[in-house]
Design a protein around this ligand. Structure first.
Ligand code: CAA
Length: 290
């Protein structure tokens, strides 16, 4: 199978933008596609800012930063025709909204357009890879490539095979993760994989502790930071991930593992209802408006 040289990323949010940045920095020709002009503009200015910071900190030379920037093509285009822009990609990494139906529709369209060698990877944090792959005629080339936020900083890529993922697809994906200076670690295709099976119930429990008055949110976080050496407390981390995403992942766990103990805490759900989604809306558990 050909070596991966061209990477396409669909979705220019936090995750997709970060994946495109590390791909271009690692020397890959990179395309970043998003239908929303705002998302592309935001990703572009974050890339500029982070690459400038890398130069400032002596982690990169200015010519290397310029070369990385020049390797990214930003595509702000809508509709199925936009996907034709990705025809020369050796791997397409999807990082769009966490909605199984929307992902399956996208993968079916991608599979219809791509050639026999291309890998279709999803950055889903909890949706079944087997289910997404089943929407395509090439489930052997579909794989989970789960990055962590912030992508340029976090070392892990959780690599998840669907039921039909071929050994060749897995090998090439692992090799790619290593070239991106990440550490790939395999996990099986069960709800939440490993990362969210373990992380999300802890975050959910922090909301229960708050709801039951065990401690104030800032104290819950301080206890976990200082007592368990977590870089962020669980409630701050929930804001960082997005409270809506946390509820979604808890639903995937509850449904997928058929156990109501994974259902999202009522207080977490209430904040989502109030549109307090965390960093992205300026307020979640904590207030970032100032
Ligand atoms: N993009 C790129 N780089 C970033 C960044 C971002 N969004 N945010 C911070 N950084 C970099 C900073 O530039 C800084 O590097 P330099 O000093 O060399 O420039 C470095 O990270 C440290 O940043 P700060 O000093 O500003 O702040 P910090 O020391 O508190 O670290 C943090 C910030 C890296 C986010 C740290 O708090 C952390 O590791 N938090 C936990 C993150 C985590 O758990 N992520 C996983 C979430 S779960 C997930 O993603 C998957 C899922 O399915 C839900």
């Amino acid at each position: 199978m050909p070596e991966i040289k061209n990477i396409a990323v669909i979705g220019a949010g936090q995750m997709g933008g970060g994946i495109a940045q590390i791909a271009a920095t690692a020397g890959f020709t990179t395309k970043l596609l998003d239908p929303f002009p705002g998302a592309i503009d935001k990703a572009k200015s974050l890339h500029d800012k982070l690459l400038a910071r890398a130069v400032e900190k002596g982690r990169m030379t200015q010519p290397d930063a310029d070369a990385a920037k020049s390797r990214i093509t930003y595509i702000n285009d809508q509709g199925d025709a936009a996907l034709n822009n990705l025809a020369d990609a050796d791997i397409v990494i999807e990082a769009i909204i966490e909605d199984a139906a929307i992902k399956k529709d996208l993968f079916a369209k991608l599979a219809a357009m791509l050639t026999a060698d291309q890998i279709l990877a999803t950055n889903t944090s909890s949706i079944s890879i087997t289910e997404i792959a089943a929407a395509t005629p090439c489930p052997d080339r579909v794989i989970g490539m789960h990055f962590f936020n912030p992508v340029p900083v976090m070392k892990l890529v959780e690599v998840i095979n669907g039921l039909a993922t071929s050994p060749d697809t897995t090998e090439r994906t692992i090799a790619l993760a290593e070239k991106l200076s990440k550490t790939p670690v395999p996990a099986n295709d069960r709800a939440g994989f490993v990362s969210n099976r373990v992380l999300m119930p802890m975050i959910n429990e922090a909301f229960y502790a708050w709801m039951e008055g065990v401690a104030e949110p800032a104290h819950i976080d301080e206890i976990m930071k200082l007592g368990c050496a977590h870089p962020m407390g669980p409630l701050r981390l929930a804001d960082f991930i997005g409270l809506d995403t946390c509820v979604h992942i808890m639903d995937v766990l509850a449904d997928g593992l058929n156990n109501e103990r994974y259902r999202a805490c009522p207080l977490l759900k209430q904040l989502v209802t109030a549109n307090r989604l965390g960093d992205k809306t300026g307020r979640g558990v904590f207030d970032y408006s100032k």
